[in-house]
Structure formats: structure tokens, C-alpha cells
Ligand binder design. Structure first.
Ligand code: HEM
Length: 136
């Protein structure tokens, strides 16, 4: 069966406890039946109803259990023209960590440059002083 597609305007029509939908990473979720069961409470879900809740969802740092649970409430996807780039953390975050390690590597070379420049300046200064003395 083909995945159903919705627009943001359609999602915005489900913003209360009778019917609450939101979008996480371009997927549309109907969490009406989940409101009472959400460990984080129904208020936070209702606050996100009718919106793109991706950032709020990721900010909480939901577990992989939570991510699996979501699948049950998925009703479709956003239409192609309204999709946004997904910036997912969570289960794949280790790949971000390795990127951080690379950054750590580059910061090591970034202090090497000023130190080398400092050494160079010292050598030049000494050279200047000794040649100034020699000319007297
Ligand atoms: C279908 C979507 C969602 C599912 C299945 C879900 C599921 C869960 C689960 C299982 C937990 C318990 C902790 C964990 O396992 O990570 C949790 C906690 C929580 N969730 Fe959600 N959640 C959803 C969407 C959201 C959204 C959109 C928000 C918006 C802010 C939210 C806010 C929270 C908060 C604040 C907690 C409590 C965290 C804590 O006590 O440390 N959740 N959620």
C-alpha cells in the first residue's frame, strides 16, 4: 500500500485531544490514542500538535524504544514539496561523535600554527638584535 501524503495545512487541522497530529522528520503521526500513554505527559504532545515537532522530539533525547513506539502512530508522510532536511540524532549519534573527534584533531593543528609563528618571531627578533649589536 502506498504511503499516504499530507500537507502541513492538513496536519494543522488536528490540534486538540480529540485528534492530534504532528510531524517528526517528515513523517505524520496521529498521537490521539497515545496522549494518555506518553511518559512525558499529554501537554507536551498537545503543544506540538499541528506542528513540526522534530526539534522538540530530538531535544528530549528520546530512547530507541520511543523511536520504535512512534511507528505505531505513523499515518503517512509530508508531501514532497513541504519536506525538510532531517537532522536526526539518537541511534546514529555515534557518527556525529566521530565527526567531533575529527574536529578535535583539527584543533590540535590550530594551536600548532600560532606556536610556530611565535617561534619564528623569536628567531627573527634574536637575529635582529644580534645584527643590530654587530653594526655598533
Ligand atoms: C510519537 C511520538 C513520541 C513518542 C512515541 C514518545 C515516547 C516517549 C517515551 C517512550 C518516553 C520515555 C523516555 C524515553 O524512552 O525516551 C518519552 C518521554 C518524554 N517525551 Fe516523548 N514521545 C513522542 C513525542 C514527543 C514530543 C513531540 C515531545 C515534545 C516535547 C515529547 C516530550 C517528551 C518529554 C518531555 C519526555 C520526558 C523526558 C524525561 O522525563 O526525562 N515527546 N516520550
Amino acid at each position: 500500500m502506498a504511503t499516504k501524503e499530507y500537507t502541513m495545512a492538513e496536519v494543522k487541522q488536528h490540534i486538540d485531544s480529540k485528534s492530534s497530529w504532528f510531524v517528526i522528520h517528515n513523517s505524520v503521526y496521529d498521537v490521539t490514542a497515545f496522549l494518555n500513554e506518553h511518559p512525558g505527559g499529554e501537554e507536551v504532545l498537545l503543544e506540538q500538535a499541528g506542528r513540526n515537532a522534530s526539534e522538540a522530539f530530538e531535544d528530549v533525547g528520546h530512547s530507541s524504544d520511543a523511536r520504535e513506539m512512534m511507528l505505531k502512530y505513523k499515518v503517512g508522510e509530508l508531501v514532497e514539496s513541504e519536506r525538510q532536511p532531517v537532522n536526526e540524532k539518537g541511534p546514529h549519534s555515534w557518527s556525529n561523535e566521530s565527526a567531533d573527534q575529527n574536529n578535535g584533531g583539527s584543533s590540535w593543528t590550530s594551536w600548532l600554527i600560532p606556536v610556530t609563528l611565535g617561534l619564528l618571531a623569536t628567531i627573527l627578533y634574536r637575529f635582529y638584535v644580534s645584527s643590530a649589536q654587530a653594526s655598533h
